[in-house]
Write a protein that binds this ligand. Sequence first.
Ligand code: NAP
Length: 451
Amino acid sequence: MLRIAVVGSGPSGVYTAQSLLDQRAAWPVPLAVDVLDRLPCPYGLVRYGVAPDHEKIKSLQNNLRQVLERPDVRFLGNVPVGEGGISARELRGLYHAVIYCVGAARDRRLGIPGEDLAGSCSATDFVSWYSAHPDAIGQGFPLGGRGAVVIGAGNVAVDVARVLARGVEELRATDIPQGPLDALAASAVTDVHMVARRGPSQAKCTTKELRELGTLPGADVVVRAEELAADPGYADPAGLSATARRNVAALRGWAEAPAGTAARRIHLRFFLRPVEILDDGRGAVRGVRFERTAPDASGGVTGTGELMDIDAGLVLRSVGYRGVPLPGLPFDPVGGTVPHAGGRVLRDGAASLGEYVAGWIKRGPTGVIGTNRPCAKETAGSVLADVPELARRQVAAEDPLSGLAAAGLTPVAWRGWLGIEAAETALGRTLSRGTVKIPDWAGLLTAARGA
Ligand code: NAP
């Protein structure tokens, strides 16, 4: 029996487990896969990153579930690897192979003055809060001002801009936890400014997500024609990618439409680089100062020296995720990834037998959920090729559960997760809503233990 641990139960981890098992006919030995997660809940960013109003993407959980319910897979939640949990070295002693699919857990920073003022927050924290991540339970976001600025033009920026501008009645129909729902219901924000440092043809967001902004019943999208016109790709879209062409067309439609009368507005701004987050004199945000930029010949921008301020009581920087080092694993601080060759972890340039990576910690925080499939397949292929050597590795003879217990851990098994699901349905019933996520560690663990 070859024992494999997959660390992380998001799409990359689950697709890796699936890929290993789909190729099992090629395995010379029986295989058992444990999928470990720091949280008592599975699904990673599908549960804690996909916005609550994106039900269709969230339904991917059903596909991931089918893998985690297979008899040759065991879900073990509440198992931190690294800090506060079992070390990478100990884990290696329990399993023939360990595949790290731990994603990119932190946000990138801007490195500009004022970034630490109250009300200057990371979009990833905002996402965690409205997604009921148990580490975000204490977070609060100032929603008392009319303006909010979102810095960046990727899909996360679009998500947080949309959630800020969406009517609370629509959010009530989702599984958003009650605290954030109440806070958004009381929000005074009427103007959400999503601001990109480059041009519309370079926006990283995908067209479906961008167009969706125009479908919100209580919000208008405002685009300035002069900012579109500054983009060489606007006048001459022939050389653009298909996504860029479609994005530009959607933006053109909004720029040419008559002004709307909705209660809230989403302003899509371009060619503005943040230079300072402005202090209201009491340590809180009052707005953001931007420098207007102009396109250069190589797809980048240069500053023009012209400054302009946008008033806001909340600033969400949405400039990408970054991986964090996992104690005991090598780490490339520049890319925020673990060095690897075909998914095999490299230590001092040489493949380390029994250690692998897949997903964002392998290739960086890019791509949509489906991008993880080929990435997982490549890593699973490397594991499969290593089987003869892996089978010779000395690991503990007993079930890894004993090793986890010896490390002081009490895993939440699949039955525990089913208990959490049942408790979330019950919570929704008491609130006259559908399923409502439990947002705190104690609530999650109580529900899991009661199952
Ligand atoms: P992203 O796609 O990399 O976008 C980051 C944005 O931040 C870009 O607009 C970038 O501008 C900007 N930026 C970076 N550094 C900046 C700086 N110093 N000042 C100002 N702007 C800066 O990252 P993301 O939005 O976090 O998304 C991460 C991944 O998750 C992406 O692959 C995304 O597609 C995926 N995702 C998908 C969905 C979905 O499918 N619905 C939802 C959420 C996330 P430049 O282009 O100028 O660098």
